[in-house]
Design a protein around this ligand. Structure first.
Ligand code: MEV
Length: 283
């Protein structure tokens, strides 16, 4: 019996949601929550145990599908015990589904499995741009543009000092569903996508993050992926002098996903938001 352990971090997209799907650039950074896997192989049928933030039944099915795809890639069956200890908020724009793919692939296929892991990511998360995969696989901040090699980017050390994450609930749609919907609206949302692309260019050129985040949020509103509740929370944060944006795909219905808020005292944000706040630590 051999014990294998792998880890993949969560991520936040500073700029670029949806725009990256259409070829505009985006910037993302890994953050200090992670999926940690411990696997002990044996001839017994595979058991999967969840610890930490546990998935729903649909999430458990997703994990089993990733394992099956690893078995296809490896042309063998994996037995033994797979323990998944997760601290990435699930389905809220922080990269939990891609971190799961990467950590399971590294565990079962070995650390040198980038191409196989990408194939699996494309199967279970159809329509993805590759940004989540790039930042989580490399575990460093990236400047990403589809069809070109992701570039490492050095962000100022204090860029996210005082930033907090607000959990505004689980979106009613999955990221692949929202991306598929956005692809049907490319002409209609063209200007908003270009505006998001220009936010990335300005951040790469050391622009002021709070100013950029305010404009980015306006573009996400035009995309239709900010729920009314998330929108009014962000408006209140802006009125108090701060800036905020939804992370990841956002939502059309249900909860609004995770919101990144910065640019004013976290205590002020805590007073505005009735939700739990999490500190945001880049790696
Ligand atoms: C999801 O984290 C970000 C999106 O831009 C989709 C993608 O890049 O694959 C909405």
């Amino acid at each position: 019996m051999t014990l294998i352990s792998s880890v993949a971090s969560g991520k936040i997209i500073l700029t670029g949601e949806y725009a990256v799907v259409f070829g505009y650039p985006g910037i993302a950074t890994p953050v200090s929550c992670a999926t940690i896997i411990s696997y002990t192989n044996s001839k017994e049928p595979l058991t999967i145990t969840f610890r930490g933030i546990k998935p729903t039944e649909r999430g458990e099915e997703y994990v089993r599908r990733v394992v099956e795809l690893c078995e296809k890639e490896a042309r063998k069956t994996f037995g033994g015990s797979l323990i998944i200890d997760n601290s990435i908020p699930l389905g809220k724009g922080m990269g939990s589904s891609t971190a799961l793919v990467i950590s399971v692939c590294r565990t079962l296929l070995g650390t040198d499995c980038e191409e196989a892991a990408k194939r699996i990511e494309d199967t279970v998360n159809p329509g993805n741009s590759g940004l989540d995969f790039a930042v989580i696989w490399r575990n460093e901040p990236v400047f990403f543009k589809k069809s070109t090699d992701p570039k490492s980017i050095t962000l100022p050390n204090d860029l996210l000092t005082g930033a907090v994450l607000i959990d505004s609930g689980t979106p009613g749609e999955t990221t692949p569903e929202l991306v598929a919907w956005m692809k049907t609206r490319e002409a209609e949302v063209h200007d908003a996508l270009a505006q998001i692309g220009s936010c990335t260019e300005r951040l790469a050129a050391d622009g002021d993050l709070a100013t950029i985040v305010r404009e980015h949020h306006q573009a996400q509103l035009k995309l239709g992926v900010v729920t009314p509740r998330a929108g009014s929370l962000i408006a209140n944060i802006q009125a108090a002098g701060g800036a905020a944006k939804v992370l990841g795909a956002g939502a059309r219905t249900g909860g609004g996903g995770m919101i990144l808020a910065l640019g004013c005292d976290p205590k002020v944000i805590a007073r505005i938001s009735a939700e739990a706040l999490f500190p945001c630590f880049p790696l």
